[in-house]
Design a protein around this ligand. Structure first.
Ligand code: PMP
Length: 357
């Protein structure tokens, strides 16, 4: 290693799911929405005056912030926006997890958390999910596990399992002295949001995204809702990094999409309906899974190893996600696509699983 390299901030980066681009592929590997975004997105894009690109965007992204505040009936001062919820979560880790004590998150969870912790030199501890892949709230209580903060997704990823609101509240009750971040990337598909707890707990930050339920993964819009003080701290850190995180097109499209509540509800309902049907099909084919409240199902098969199924699907250009990690290396995370896409998946699985071995 050269001398200068000794002082490089070395990180092992997060590896996102692959993004194949093949004609006719069925992409069920990164939890995108199978339906297009609201038609209002196209309208904004068509009407966009490119001359305004000469100018810097609004650093406060007020148009977008206001649309989010209206959607959730909160003050605009309670809303922080970022380039996807990954950006928002990274900022939140940097802003709130500075005690030097370990932060806590589940052993099976979003695999970006430990990457940010390493990057920002935040000590961390992974708390084991129980056998049913449930978070055990008591293990997060400060008196049982002194900590410098808590973060978990609800529903959890990649399991899809929901933590009920009273369990989240118990974690907050037992952790008044640290920030508690609930990552609600998938909450719109049927879990209960922690947003109502904001009135009681000033150390709660709820993070959501437009990448899943609003079909805007390509636009990169995430947001956090918390009390004014928390959002001010987050903005201070953001402005010390990059004032213009949200570009003009993103702000305009995002605002328009939030204002189309009806389309949002319609597409979410379709995904949920397909998910519930898919659960029956998976069961029929010999899979088991935790009860998912997300737009994916985390399945394991009683006879055939997950890795083999993963490879067989890949050869058919059906992409799902496989994690070669302890406890979950016999599972596949399968995003809920359209009913037609899922039918192709099940038709293939039916013949593949029944073939002679
Ligand atoms: N949190 C969880 C639990 C996720 O699965 C994802 C998607 N990879 C994100 C946050 C980040 O999503 P985005 O940056 O697209 O908002």
């Amino acid at each position: 290693m050269s001398k200068w390299e000794e002082n490089v901030r070395k990180v092992v980066p997060y590896v996102p799911g692959e993004q194949p681009r093949q004609e006719g592929m069925i992409k069920l590997n990164t939890n995108e929405n199978p339906y297009p975004p609201s038609a209002r997105a196209a309208k904004v894009l068509q009407a966009f005056e490119e001359d305004t690109l000469r100018l810097y965007p609004d650093p406060t992204a007020a148009e977008l912030v206001n649309a989010i505040a209206d959607t959730y009936q909160v003050n605009p001062e309670q809303v922080f926006v970022g380039v996807g919820s990954d950006d928002v979560l990274a900022m939140a880790f940097m802003t709130f997890f500075n005690s030097g004590k370990p932060i806590l998150f589940p052993d099976i969870t979003y695999s970006f958390y430990d990457v940010w912790a390493e990057e920002f030199r935040i000590p961390y501890e992974r708390i084991a999910l129980d056998e049913e892949f449930q978070i055990v709230p008591e293990q997060y209580f400060a008196e049982n596990h002194p900590n410098g903060g808590i973060v978990f997704p609800n529903p959890n990823a990649p399991t899809g399992v929901e933590l009920p609101l009273d369990a989240i509240e118990s974690i907050l009750q037992h952790n008044p002295d640290v920030a508690v971040i609930v990552d609600e990337a998938y909450v719109d598909f049927g879990a209960v949001s922690a947003l109502p707890l904001l009135e009681k707990y000033e150390n709660l930050l709820v993070v959501q995204t437009t990448s899943k339920s609003r079909s805007l993964a390509g636009m990169r819009i995430g947001y956090a809702i918390g009390n004014e003080k928390m959002i001010r701290y987050l903005n201070d850190v953001k402005y010390s990094f990059n004032s213009y995180t949200m570009n003009q097109i993103t702000i305009a499209v995002g605002a328009a999409v939030f204002r189309d509540r009806e389309y949002f509800q319609e597409t979410v309902a379709k995904v949920v309906e397909t998910r519930e049907w898919a659960k029956e099909e998976f069961t029929r084919l010999g899979f088991s899974f935790g009860d998912s409240k997300a737009n994916f199902i985390f399945v394991t098969h009683k006879a055939i190893p997950a890795k083999e199924i993963f490879q067989a699907l890949r050869e058919q250009h059906i992409y799902v996600r496989y994690f070669d990690k302890p406890r979950i290396d016999n599972y596949l995370r399968i995003t809920v696509g359209t009913r037609e896409q899922m039918q192709v998946l099940f038709d293939f699985l039916e013949s593949y699983l029944n073939q002679e071995r």
